[in-house]
Ligand binder design. Structure first.
Ligand SMILES: Cc1ncc(COP(=O)(O)O)c(C=O)c1O
Length: 216
């Protein structure tokens, strides 16, 4: 067996279930489940209609890259949403649809980490964090260093306190903006600083923006 499997922790929802198992809820209140984040609203009708009307198309093996028209519409969406210069994203080279970002984050980390680098491979991650950052890093043979997201730094890691020797070993910096669970949005100035650091120390910024559409 892969010995790195021993480094993995149980999923937080299992830990939560075990903790809640010992609690008898008050009969005076009804529970608001704040666990796995399952949708609590009905699916939009146009989505259901589109799936129903196209069920016949599931009789083939889908390609990993997905349909060209789907990749194109993802490219158009990201270009419009993030106000990118037209042509910044290429639907052939820069876009890959996935069934869930957990799988994408895991596979991306396996592809990027060089476990034989002269310096022990290091991944930097905010803490608290989405758990797959940890499992993906360990199974790719990297060490993980956690950067606390404290109130004193507006719930964003204090990147200025990271030593140059740490940036030198860093191969992936995970970011999450708006952050889970704090909702903190990383300021543009900080992003610019991180991009400069990534160029200088040759690491990749993995920007997990799965909450980019939650804003007010
Ligand atoms: C920060 C973060 N990234 C990624 C994911 C994965 O999302 P999904 O696999 O549903 O796309 C989640 C889900 O909770 C998350 O909170």
């Amino acid at each position: 067996m892969n010995p790195d499997l021993n480094k993995l922790q149980p999923y937080p929802f299992e830990k939560l279930k075990a903790l809640l198992g010992q609690v008898t809820p008050s009969a005076d209140y009804s529970a608001i489940p704040l666990s796995i984040g399952e949708p609590k609203h009905p699916s939009p009708q146009f989505v259901l209609d589109s799936i129903t009307n196209n069920l016949g198309k599931v009789a083939i093996y889908p390609s990993t890259k997905g349909l060209p028209e789907f990749r194109k519409s993802m490219t158009n969406w990201a270009t419009q949403r993030f106000n990118l210069k037209p042509g910044t994203l290429c639907s052939e080279d820069n876009i890959l649809p996935v069934n869930g970002t957990r799988e994408a984050i895991f596979s991306f980390t396996q592809a990027v980490i060089d476990r034989e680098a002269s310096n022990q491979a290091l991944v930097l991650s905010p803490n608290p964090f989405y758990q797959i950052y940890e499992g993906a890093s360990y199974l790719a043979g990297a060490e993980l260093e956690l950067l606390p997201t404290l109130e004193s730094s507006q719930f964003i890691p204090d990147y200025d306190s990271v030593a140059d020797s740490t940036w030198d070993r860093c191969q992936i910096l995970f970011m999450c903006s708006p952050g889970n669970p704090t909702g903190a949005v990383t300021p543009a100035e900080t992003l610019k600083k991180l991009i400069k650091l990534a160029d200088k120390h040759d690491f990749i910024i993995a920007s997990d923006e799965c909450y980019s559409e939650i804003y007010c």
